[in-house]
Design a protein around this ligand. Structure first.
Ligand code: ZN
Length: 399
């Protein structure tokens, strides 16, 4: 975020002869930020930009910023950048902290050293076009930017050269062959024996079966992750797809529901496990991310979401990339964070809500024997619920 303190500059220059004004070449960068400043200089050098902030002056310091602001660049002499201490500490505790810090410092240096303004346009797939997104909100969209993997290279290129061509990841064309997958886990929830999860009423939730669906009604003000543990976990090397049809009736348009999957070690509470998620809401928003990160990767508007209707969410994992589909329409792809054997698959239920599910399938490329509760009752699936308040995801602050 930018802020020109003209008044301060006026006062400062007016009393230049009488008071000891700030040294216009002062260099004072808090050690927390020097690594990211050095990276910025190195990335700039690769692209023909030379900076010498040690000689020319630069201040980067911690501050307590207001109004949900993560960083603020003041066009003073020298350039002075403030970083919100609370936000910096918060993101330090999550996976992806390094990239999130780099994104923040690079953005502010984009203002301060490259004189760039905010740029809030988007790529065809809905990704922010630039690391310089910020300032005045667009359609109330959060500033979460998927600054990872192949995207990082593009965003750094674009930072130093606004004319950088649109990247291939930003295209909205189905990039993979989705045919030839056969399910090896399948639940249709048509009968009580096909329900998987134990039916019944408990203090915090009720699980029921009817009309060919399974319904999970949460009675608590927290998010539920409802998992099944596979008898045979999926190797991280295996390409697979996971699909589930979910219904969440019209009402609160902001509540997110969707699919979750990932590696959960035995006995883990799951709170810090790198569980992947794809969620939607009835306001036609889509979110994707990994629970080990501070927040979701980015927020997209997807017209393929049917508000209040049956929505089939499907994720293909091919190599290290996850490809996301809503009701058969390709929406997005990006790198998977999970790095070990995937053993739990399930869905996410928002607070005090009822979500109905249908047609759960996990598939692999090629032929595979179908395993379901109906087909083989000896297969030991484990079904569990996890109540969590850590899924109330804070948005990335403005910068
Ligand atoms: Zn900014």
């Amino acid at each position: 975020m930018m802020n020109s303190k003209y008044l301060l500059l006026l006062i400062c220059s007016g009393f230049l002869f009488f008071t000891s004004c700030k040294d216009p070449k002062e260099y004072n960068v808090n050690s927390s930020f020097t690594e990211y400043l050095q990276r910025f200089e190195a990335e700039g050098a690769k692209r023909g930009h030379t900076f010498d902030p040690q000689t020319n002056g630069l201040i980067i310091e911690f501050a307590n910023l207001k109004d949900n602001t993560a960083g603020l660049t003041h066009y003073e002499k020298p350039i002075r950048i403030e970083i919100d201490k609370t936000y910096w500490n918060d993101i330090s505790n999550s996976a992806g902290a390094d990239l999130m810090k780099e994104d923040l410092i690079f953005h502010e240096l984009g203002h301060g050293l490259l004189n760039r303004d905010h740029l809030n346009s988007t790529l065809p797939n809905g990704d922010w076009k630039s690391i310089m997104c910020g300032g005045t909100k667009v359609n109330d969209r959060s500033w979460n930017i998927n600054y990872r993997g192949v995207r990082r290279n593009y965003y750094v290129d674009e930072l130093f050269n606004e004319s950088t061509p649109a990247p291939s990841f930003g295209k909205l064309v189905n990039p993979i062959d989705t045919t030839g997958y056969s399910s090896f886990v399948a639940f249709n929830f048509d009968t009580p024996s096909q329900s998987g999860w134990t039916l019944g009423d408990s203090t915090n939730y009720t699980i029921s079966q009817g009309n060919g669906k399974l319904s999970f009604r949460s009675k608590v003000n927290e998010v539920y992750l409802v998992f099944m543990r596979l008898p045979s976990p999926i190797s991280i090397l295996t390409d697979f797809s996971y699909e589930l049809t979910l219904n969440f009736p019209l009402g609160d348009l902001t509540k997110q529901y969707g699919v979750v999957f990932g590696p959960v070690p035995p006995g883990s509470s799951g709170n810090n496990d790198p569980i992947e998620y794809l969620t939607i809401n009835n306001n036609q928003k889509m979110y994707m991310g990994n629970r080990s990160w501070y927040s979701y990767f980015t927020e997209l508007t997807e017209s393929s979401v049917i508000p209040g209707g049956n929505n089939k969410l499907k994720v293909f994992k091919v190599g290290q990339i996850l490809y996301y589909y809503i009701n058969g329409v390709y929406c997005y792809s990006s790198e998977m964070e999970a790095k070990s054997t995937l053993n739990e698959f399930g869905f996410l239920v928002p607070p005090l809500a009822t979500v109905s599910i249908d047609n759960l399938r996990i598939s692999k490329k090629g032929s595979a024997a179908v395993v379901s509760a109906k087909v083989n009752q000896n297969i030991q699936f484990e079904f569990r619920m996890q109540k969590t308040d850590q899924f109330i995801i804070p948005n990335i602050k403005n910068q």
